[in-house]
Design a protein around this ligand. Structure first.
Ligand SMILES: O=C(O)[C@H](CCc1ccccc1)CC1(C(=O)N[C@@H](Cc2c[nH]c3ccccc23)C(=O)O)CCCC1
Ligand SMILES: [Ca+2]
Ligand SMILES: [Zn+2]
Length: 303
């Protein structure tokens, strides 16, 4: 793909300038990054609920207002691709160089983002609860980690396995964006500074339980957030915070990656995650790190 590879300049959702990997096409350039085994391709749904079309420009500049969400989705997808490749030697989300596709301007005023099983989708938000959701590196890492989980442990998206699925996405969101313990701070409530969607250090700050005593038994329905997967994730998120505080990010991310891809399975419960992480700590490091993981989970009531 050397023939088509080019370097572009984009403006992101915060008005910042970013260098992006693009491709030369007839008549201009497209948001197609061919610098990895897996192409990174970014589409514009133009407020429909389809994948839309690949974003193009007649020059190497992607600097129009409507292109901002795409520039961020494209740039952060490359950052997360590099994270998994360079830190965990995983080539794309499936380890086999799958193409990474993102769709921006998905639906109208859509206050959410998701991994659909085929590609990532990012809403524009309503400008009150959310701004364009591709504007946050930790959100892209969260979504792409759902694809990593789906192609490895495939934790089912309900009840405790679902809360683990959610937690691993938040925790790798932290590993990629370790400047704070917050999830989604860059795109949540654009008119209010300092808040976030979730906190790993203090889940209760955003109404999540941080201990098994406060586990919320919700119905396994859409309205019940599939048994509270975005709520009860506060408990494993707090355990991850405890672990990282004790043994540091470098060891923790290796332990979390090994547990997610080697030990966890579709129906793993919180206690199985604790065991998988303790085993991974023992495999990779030793008794000190394993004890730290044990204490981290005991402290949230998973004994
Ligand atoms: O990936 C995920 O877990 C979330 C996508 C969940 C989803 C699943 C299936 C179909 C549609 C949406 C998206 C994110 C999320 O945590 N969403 C939460 C919180 C949330 C965002 N927008 C909302 C609007 C209403 C209620 C809750 C929310 C949720 O969907 O619960 C992750 C990081 C930022 C947004
Ligand atoms: Ca963050
Ligand atoms: Zn999620």
């Amino acid at each position: 793909n050397i023939l088509h590879e080019a370097t572009g300049t984009g403006i992101g959702t915060k008005g910042d300038t970013k260098t992006i990997n693009i491709s030369a096409i007839s008549g201009g350039y497209s948001l197609t990054d061919t610098t990895h085994t897996g192409k990174i391709i970014t589409y514009d749904a133009k407020t429909t609920q389809t994948r839309g079309n690949v974003v193009t420009s007649t020059s190497t500049l992607f600097n129009t207002t409507t292109q901002r969400a795409a520039v961020d989705a494209h740039y952060y997808a490359d950052v997360v691709y590099d994270y998994y490749l360079n830190t965990h030697n995983r080539d794309s989300y499936n380890g086999k160089g799958a193409a990474v596709e993102s769709v921006v301007h998905f639906d109208k005023n859509y206050n959410n983002a998701a991994w659909t099983g085929q590609y990532m989708i990012y809403g524009d938000g309503d400008g009150v609860t959310f701004s364009e959701l591709s504007g946050a590196k930790d959100v892209i890492a969260h979504e792409l980690t759902h694809a990593v989980t789906e192609t490895s442990s495939n934790l089912v998206y309900e009840n405790q396995p679902g809360a683990l699925n959610e937690s691993f996405s938040d925790v790798f969101g932290y590993f990629v964006d370790p400047d704070d313990w917050l999830m989604g701070e860059d795109i949540y409530t654009p008119k209010i500074a300092g808040d976030a969607l979730r906190s790993l250090s203090d889940p209760a700050k955003y109404d999540q339980p941080a201990h098994m005593n406060n586990y919320q038994n919700l119905p396994n329905t859409k309205a019940g957030d599939w048994g509270g997967v975005h709520i009860n994730s506060g408990i494993p998120n707090k355990a991850a915070y405890n672990t990282i505080q004790k043994i540091g990010k470098v060891k923790a991310e290796k332990i979390y990656y090994r547990a997610l891809t080697q030990y966890l399975t579709t129906n793993s419960q919180f206690v199985d995650a604790k065991k998988a992480l303790v085993q991974s700590a023992t495999d990779l490091y030793g008794a000190t790190e394993a004890a730290a993981v044990t204490e981290a989970w005991n402290a949230v009531g998973v004994t």
